[in-house]
Design a binder for this molecule. Structure first.
Ligand code: MG
Length: 242
């Protein structure tokens, strides 16, 4: 039986892999829906327009809370035609302040699992979004000392993974990406020749969702704490999830 050894790097996503993230955006959207309800009562329609505005703005301004807030402002403008909206703009800014200052809530077992993995792997953090915002979250999380490298990319596509692999001399056949996002973690990592460990999160952002087909280098687990067991099963040749 072929044995596979993931002995080099473990590359971790951050948002909704190491800590809660999208639940705070969902909460902000709920607050926004409540705010605009007097003149835009159809929540589905507001959701649809917000998604459209975000898709329009992301290519120009990237990911992150600031862009999300700009999207809320723009969505508001598309539903509110009067020019006396100052109190609404202030309320949107307050939604933003709550979003930017949320506490970092680590997902269960993250610290103990990273402690177990650190002696055996190079631990790399690879996240996308606004650099200052992502680094701020990492500092608040207390997890920075675990990571040998920290990289914030504008987009995590296959080309970005290729660059990461090249920059750090990562041996792709014995390294794995660990994350909750099909679009930014699993699929581009597999395309770049890495292994992928998919840990689905129930509140993953809609824009990160994509169909994940079985693959010989794909592992799926429901819990971050299972990671050492998943990797060790793989190393005895019985870890396939395809
Ligand atoms: Mg994520």
């Amino acid at each position: 039986m072929t044995r596979y050894l993931i002995v080099d790097a473990l590359i971790f996503d951050a948002d909704d892999t190491l800590w809660e993230n999208n639940i705070y955006f969902k909460k902000a959207i709920e607050e926004f829906l409540e705010l605009v309800a007097p003149f835009a009562a159809d929540h589905r329609e507001v959701h649809r327009v917000l998604g459209q505005v975000e898709r329009e703005l992301i290519p120009q301004r990237g990911y992150g809370s600031r862009n999300f807030l700009d999207s809320l402002h723009e969505t508001f403008r598309r539903f509110y035609s009067s020019n006396d909206g100052q109190s609404y703009f202030r309320a949107i800014e307050q939604i933003g302040e709550r979003l930017l200052q949320h506490p970092i809530e680590l997902l269960p077992g993250v610290v103990s699992t990273l402690e177990r993995l650190r002696p055996h792997h190079r631990l790399v953090l690879f996240t996308k979004g606004d650099r200052e915002e992502q680094c701020g979250k990492l500092d608040r999380s207390g997890l920075r000392p675990f990571f040998e490298r920290v990289e914030v990319a504008e987009e995590k596509d296959a080309a970005a993974y290729e660059q990461l692999i090249g920059r750090h001399g990562i041996r792709r056949e014995c390294s794995a990406m660990v994350g909750n996002s099909p679009r930014s973690d699993v699929l581009p990592a597999l395309a770049a020749g890495l292994w992928a460990v998919f840990i689905p999160h129930p509140h993953t952002w809609d824009m990160e969702e994509e169909e994940v087909e079985p693959h010989e280098r794909l592992l799926v687990t429901q819990s971050f704490s299972d990671l050492p067991a998943v990797l060790s099963r793989l190393q005895t040749g019985s870890g396939f999830q395809s």
